[in-house]
Every structure is written in C-alpha cells, then in structure tokens.
Write a protein that binds this ligand. Structure first.
Ligand code: HEC
Length: 467
C-alpha cells in the first residue's frame, strides 16, 4: 500500500486493462508472431517460382509485400502502443503487482527489452528494404533470411512474456524458494506456450487467407494457388492448436483445485469453461471447413464474406481464452502470493491486527472515528474492493448487494447482513479475496456502501469534497 490508488469509477479498472490487453494480444499473435513466418514463407515461394530469368515471381512477391504492409502498419502503431499500454495501465491500476513482477523477473525483463528492440529494428529493415531486395538473387535470399530472423525474434519476445503470464496464474515452487528459475519455469508456462505458438500461426492463417482474397483477382489461378498454400498452412497448424489447447485446458482444472478451495464458486466459472469448450469446437470446425474447402476444392466460388468467419472465430477464441486466463487466477493477481486487491497474503495478519488504514500510505485517515466514518469507509472500499468493483458503474458494488438480496426498487440495504457477508466473502465467492481490515473498518465500509446507495454520490466527487 505504498502507492496512490487510481480508480476509474464509471467502467472499472479491469475493463481498461482488458480492452488494451486483448487488442494487443490479437495484434501480436495474429499479425506478428504467427503472421511474419507466413509472409516470409510466401516470399520464399515467390523466390522459388522465379524461374531462370527472373529473381522472383512478381505475383507472389507482391502478395507477400502487401500482406506485410498491413502487418507493418498495424503492429508498429496500435500493436506497439497497446503493448506498452498494458504495462502503463496495469502499473496504474496495480503498481504493487507490477513491482513484484519486476523484482522476480528483473533479468528477464531486461532481456525482453533487448529482444523487443531487436524485433523492432528487424521489422523496419525487413519491410523497408523490400524494394531493394529485388535487385539481385543474393539480395532476395538475404531478405528472406531477414524475415526468418524477424520471425524468431517475435516468437522469443512472446515466449518470455508467456512465462510471466504463467507465473501470474500459478507461481509453482516459487512461493517457497523465491528463485527466478522457479518463477520462470512455472507449471503453466510450457502448456501455455505450446498453445499460443500454433494459435498465433492459425490466427495469422485466417487473417492471411482473408487478405489474400481481397488482394488478388477474383477467380484467377493465382488466387487459387496462393489461397491453397495458406489453407495448407492452416490445416497443418490446426492439430497443433488443438493439442496445445488440450494441454493447456487440462492444466486449468488442476489449477482450479489448487487455487479455488470453495466448490460453490466453481459454478460461476463453469459457464466460462463450457463456453471455452464450445468455442474450441466451433472456431476450429469453422477453420477446418473453410481451409479444407479452399485446399481441396480451390475452384469453388466462395463469397468473400465467408472468409471473415475463420477470422472472427479465431479472434473470439483468443479473446475468450484471455478472459478465462484472467478470471481463474482470482482471487489472486499472482497465484497464492498477492491478491487482486494488491495486498499480499502474508501481510493479512498484520492488517487484521492494526487495520488496513494504518498501513495505507496515501489514505488521509489512519483510523476509523465517529466523525470520519464515510471518508474512512471510502478508503477501505478503495483498498479492498475497488480493483474489481465500482460504486455505481460497471460491476457496481451497490448493484451486486441489491441483486444478491433481491431488493425491490427503493428498499434499503441491511448493514448487519452485509457485514456478515463481507466477513466471509472469500467463502461466498471463491474469486474474491478475504476482507483485509478490522471490525471498525468493516463497519465504515458498510456505512459507505449504504451511503452510496442512498444518494449515489460518485467516489471522485466525495474524495475531493470531504477531505
Ligand atoms: C478480485 C476481484 C474482486 C474483489 C477484490 C472484490 N470483488 Fe466482489 N465480486 C467480484 C466479481 C467478479 C463478482 C461477480 C460479478 C458478476 O456478477 O459477474 C463479485 C460479486 C460480488 C457480490 C455479489 C455476490 C453474489 O453472490 O451475487 C458482492 C456483494 C460483492 N462482490 C461485494 C464485494 C465487496 C464488498 C468487496 C470488497 C470488500 C468485493 N466484492 C471485492 C470480484 C471482486
């Protein structure tokens, strides 16, 4: 609690991070990690088809160049900004957690930076030297090697981050021995990498197939040939994606058992779990059908709109997968170590003894009194609930209580019931961390929530007017 608390009360902090992060993952996987090897491969095919008198086959080379133009523009703008944006947004919302990750992954973070800078330099070189690569056979061969190097570096960038993502879900033996190696080689790391790698390639294939349909002349033999190659790419990646998804999928229940001791709560997760299964089946079947048709029946006329289906399927699939990954680590932001409310598990006894306010550097009040009850309650809300709930916005705490007690319009919340609930909140719903504060802070929190219900004063206005 050494940091000020940033809070977006209308949409919630979770949504802010989710929008930036999901956008980033879709671009990173679909247009960088999986896409660049695909473009390099198409460029290579054009090189091979060049024949005796030409350096390349122009149609193939132009297609590769056009695909790369799309990737270049999007990855170097929205892709790069959202990538950095994730760290800005999550440092704002949960600085303690980013602080912990930096401490554990200190060296890896530095390596990540050098790899990322290399990736950016390579992408600039690869794209901007395309014209010059057409000057000679040697230049083209070199250029293709550059594409291969870029593919490898984009993959390494992702593979370091995936270790950190795995660590957030399950810290493995790190909780006991606190070594970097234990953190880096956490149990979720390899299954997740085994899933993300072919997933990225498959997403890229879906996007590539769609773009190729747009970039080539309808019905031309080149359209058939190039689409057939991309369909082959997709068909080859499909079994690996499925195998990776299963490896990862079977890690999830294991993790749930470790992290989520309360059986009732799992019902809530169940619906997402079912959705994931439906999405795995639905998205992969769509990809199989369309890629299979393009490959085996290249002459069949398929309307452009149909090519969007695998793109939507793959993006939706990846999006849902990210949502589940985020959800199942709750109530922790770092498995078994730090709760999503930014408080460390091992500090709880201290908070129970002294109260959380006493340890909250930026709280204007350090102890609950009769006069400061609402200000104190607001602070307790900010510390223990605001990372996931707003007062009146999305996932509003007042709405949650009103719905849970099935209150009718105008009915008031019952403070005693709420106190009892919050005291054992982690048993009621496994995804919420235990309440960290003492009795007086619990009363103040309940007073504050009731106050919000009464007159709905938004939190920002309160914070400035009451201090
Ligand atoms: C780690 C995130 C997180 C924290 C911290 C958190 N909650 Fe929740 N809470 C949730 C989620 C997620 C839901 C379910 C939202 C939904 O309906 O999908 C929820 C639901 C609830 C519900 C409704 C439960 C039900 O069974 O209908 C109440 C009441 C509630 N929260 C109160 C609180 C209070 C009070 C605090 C602070 C002491 C708090 N929560 C802290 C994530 C959190």
């Amino acid at each position: 609690m050494d940091f000020p608390i940033f809070h977006l009360d209308f949409m919630g902090d979770r949504l802010l991070i989710a929008i930036i992060a999901v956008l980033h993952v879709l671009i990173n996987h679909g247009l960088a990690v999986g896409f660049i090897p695909l473009v390099t491969w198409i460029e290579y095919l054009g090189f091979k088809k060049g024949g005796k008198n030409a350096i390349v086959n122009n149609e193939w080379d132009q297609l590769a160049h056009r695909l790369m133009t799309v990737a270049f523009i999007i990855t170097t703008t929205i892709g790069a900004m959202t990538g950095v944006g994730i760290w800005f947004a999550s440092s704002l919302v949960n600085p303690a957690y980013i602080g912990s990750l930096i401490r554990v992954f200190y060296g890896a973070w530095f390596v990540e930076w050098t790899v990322f800078v290399t990736e950016v330099v390579l992408i600039l070189l690869y794209y901007l030297s395309w014209k010059r690569s057409l000057a000679s056979i040697e230049a083209k061969a070199k250029h293709i090697k550059l594409g291969a190097a870029l593919s490898i570096f984009s993959w390494i960038t992702m593979s370091i981050i995936v270790s950190i993502l795995g660590f957030m879900m399950d810290t493995g033996s790190w909780v006991e021995n606190k070594t970097f190696i234990a953190g880096f080689t956490n149990p979720i790391y390899l299954p997740q990498l085994a899933f993300r790698t072919p997933l990225a390639a498959l997403m890229a294939g879906a996007i590539g197939l769609f773009l190729t349909k747009l970039f080539t002349k309808n019905g031309s033999s080149f359209q058939q040939d190039s689409s057939k190659k991309i369909a082959l790419w997709m068909l080859l990646m499909l079994p690996f994606t499925l195998a990776g998804a299963l490896a990862y999928y079977f890690k999830i229940p294991e993790l749930m058992i470790g992290n989520l001791p309360v059986a009732v709560g799992t019902m809530d997760f169940q619906s997402w779990y079912d959705l994931l299964v439906k999405f795995i089946i639905g998205a992969l079947t769509t990809v199989l059908l369309i890629a299979g048709t393009v490959y085996f029946k290249p002459k069949l006329k398929i309307p452009t709109i149909v090519y969007i289906l695998p793109v939507i399927g793959m993006l939706g699939f990846a999006g849902i997968f990210e949502r589940i990954r985020e959800f199942i680590r709750k109530p922790y932001v770092i498995g078994n170590y730090m709760y999503s409310n930014t408080l460390r598990k091992e500090d709880y006894p201290l908070f129970k003894r002294d109260g959380v306010l006493a340890h909250a550097t930026y709280s204007p009040v350090k102890e609950v009194t009769e006069e400061n009850k609402l200000v104190a309650g607001e602070q307790v809300f900010m510390i223990s609930c605001s990372r996931c709930h707003t007062t009146r916005g999305i996932n509003s705490v007042v709405d949650k209580f009103e719905n849970m007690y099935s209150l009718k319009e105008g009915e008031k919340l019952n403070g005693d019931l709420m106190k009892n609930y919050i005291k054992h909140i982690e048993n009621a719903r496994y995804f919420m961390p235990p309440f960290p504060g003492n009795e007086a802070e619990l009363s103040a929190l309940v007073e504050y929530i009731k106050h919000i219900q009464d007159d709905g004063t938004p939190i920002d206005h309160q914070a400035t007017s009451m201090r």
